[in-house]
Design a binder for this molecule. Sequence first.
Ligand code: GBH
Length: 454
Amino acid sequence: MNMNELDKKGFMWGVATSSYQIEGAYDTDGRGPSVWDTFSHKKGNVKNNDNGDTACNHYNFWEEDIELIKKLGVNSYRFSLSWPRIFPKGTEKKVNQKGIDFYQTLIDTLLSKGIDPVLTLNHWDMPQGLEDIGGWTSRNVTEEFTRYAYYISKHFGDRVKNWITHNEPWCISHLGYVQGIKPPGLKNAWGKSILVAHNLLLSHGLAIPEIRNNSKNSKVGITLNLNTAEPASESKYDKEECNFYDLQFNKLYLEPLYNKKYPEELFKELKNRKLINDNDLSFINNDDLKIISTSTDFLGVNYYSRAVIRNNDISENKNDEPLIELGDKTDFDWEVYPKGLFNLLLQLKENYSVNEIIITENGCSYNDSPNENLEIKDQRRIDYHQSHIDQMFKAIEQGVNCTGYFAWSLMDNFEWAQGYSQRFGLIWVDFKTLERIPKNSFYWYQKLISSVEN
Ligand code: GBH
């Protein structure tokens, strides 16, 4: 298997973005507030109190951005829709036509240039109006999401052929309700976080038939953030903690989606730790699990790093010495560990028989900026992508049906709680002037793609 053979099979080479991170124009053309507007406008939630009011102003610069995507030479572009541009409060019975028009033009322009749109419905910026009625803890919101999926696939289903329901439900459920670093910013609300995970999964399952019905011959999937979990040492403390991490991070999503059940061990452990009680799980029923496990056409995988787990509740002198030596870190402090992608892909094939995988995000934050010749020498980013692509190929050689790779991200953008302080882009953005300058990694990716396409 070489790259050219892959290409003949229609391998998707792409870049990814998300609406709140790039669009700006937060109150233009009838867009309603999203939970991220509320969250970022509250002092102290985001580094430097940054927000997405302007971001990359992609809402106005989209033409220039599509030109750059075209120049890059990718055949696919993954982006998300801003839900409150379509339903400003979330509960309206009619769509906001200006929101539809914006995406209509975007999609048509992409297609006219031979770039396939890969559309994510929920990349976190849900209408604040829905948060006000309970957000993802409310079952009604799963119905609102389904309705949104219905309208979007009705409008765009003839031209969009790749659909992702949710991006990284763990981030919404865990970071939003346990760590409190994403909306709605609750801490240690474990019971709610499980309910939120459940409603996200349920709404995914409910949306699938709507999308399939409206968009013939399309592919539908969900994107998860997955990590291989490894204990830092052989001690029972680290092993137990690692198992817990794996349960709440990976299995809470993979088990219901692929095996039609929740990991009981997780719930037992949460009860042992007095983080939830029995009532907290009363919402789970078999009919829901049937819906959640509706078969999909692919699994979207976002991979950044592995997780090496140390039990911090036990004092260091009682624990064993860590065995794992961590590799280099990116500017976000995440370890660069390409082998983890290979391990993860093989685990998904072996443990879950995942039919098809698309790597919907893979990337790194390095803050290299232009030198006096306006050149951005981000060799570490090139190495990061190259080494991960190498591991992906190895996994494909081992029989993993991986059909696409999307670099995160097209350009530097609003990196959530980190504001503009972390740069993941292949294109550098000056957040004062909004000038875009392709980094060396952009030209490297361009070359890689053109070499496999010729
Ligand atoms: C993605 O989230 C998002 O989809 C995207 O919007 C975002 O901009 C991008 O990644 C970059 O952050 O234990 O050290 O491995 C990724 C979220 C990142 C959550 C890694 C789990 C674990 C850190 N994930 N994180 S580590």
